[in-house]
Design a protein around this ligand. Structure first.
Ligand SMILES: Cc1cc2nc3c(=O)[nH]c(=O)nc-3n(C[C@H](O)[C@H](O)[C@H](O)COP(=O)(O)O)c2cc1C
Length: 224
């Protein structure tokens, strides 16, 4: 009874929403021995296919008691040392990562029927990396990042808008906004990278790279 009324919340019912995935397959023989090259191949395809926000990924962290939280961040750089994103170090995710450096990332490109799941350990990027990325951002974004006490309660929107006005007086367009000490990058150094390709009848392909030692990746298949 409860189930029935729940189902009628949305029309068509959420329980009736389903896609059959048919675009491609993935096997151990298909993939690169190096997961970062495999990641690059898929990211290049996502960009070539004009996927909106192809670099958007869910970042899952957990606080010191193990309580998880997740949110979207943008992947701004990756290489064999890991996957980088930038944020406010005093945010919820920043507090979580200070206490528990284990985290997970998920990218989902529904148009390609693909998902990538990554698990690893997170470290702050160097001050130089944070500074160089901060100053690549549009002036307005630099001011916005400086104005916002991300994840802290504020009385209303005027708190950040007033701060923005003050900062624009000190640092008008064309001047250098200093990198705030509370803002910068993190790099997730992965030990698990999974490539998921949707297949018909929910018999999806999952090819997983796990790492015992640096650059020594084992490749295996998981059941969907
Ligand atoms: C598409 C998209 C991209 C985002 N990119 C970032 C990002 O790169 N860095 C960031 O700090 N927040 C980003 N956000 C906002 C976060 O999802 C989140 O609201 C914010 O970081 C506060 O998270 P927290 O309170 O869990 O720390 C993005 C949100 C969306 C929807």
């Amino acid at each position: 009874m409860l189930y029935k009324s729940y189902m009628s919340f949305t029309k068509p019912s959420l329980a009736d929403l389903r896609e059959n995935y048919t675009k491609a397959g993935l096997s151990v023989e298909d993939v690169e021995p190096d997961p970062f090259l495999q990641f690059k191949n898929w990211m290049d395809e996502a960009i070539a296919n004009h996927i909106v926000d192809a670099n958007a990924m869910t970042l899952a962290t957990a606080d010191k008691d193990g309580m998880p939280s997740a949110r979207i961040v943008l992947l701004k750089h990756y290489d064999r040392d890991g996957f980088c994103f930038f944020t406010n170090y005093t945010s919820q995710k920043g507090k979580d990562l200070a206490n528990n450096p284990h985290a997970a990332l998920v990218l989902h490109w529904k148009e390609l029927e693909r998902q990538i799941c990554i698990r690893g350990t997170v470290h702050k990027t160097s001050h130089q990396e944070s500074e160089s990325y901060f100053h690549m951002r549009p002036h307005g974004s630099q001011i916005g990042a400086t104005a916002s006490p991300q994840s802290h309660q504020i009385a209303d929107r005027s708190v950040i808008e007033n701060r923005e006005v003050e900062l624009l007086k000190d640092y008008p367009e064309g001047t250098t906004v200093p990198l705030p000490e509370f803002w910068g990058g993190y790099r997730l150094d992965p030990h698990y990278i999974e490539f998921w390709q949707g297949r018909p009848s929910r018999l999806h392909d999952r090819i997983v790279y796990t790492r015992e030692h640096r650059n020594d990746w084992q490749i295996s298949r998981l059941a969907p």
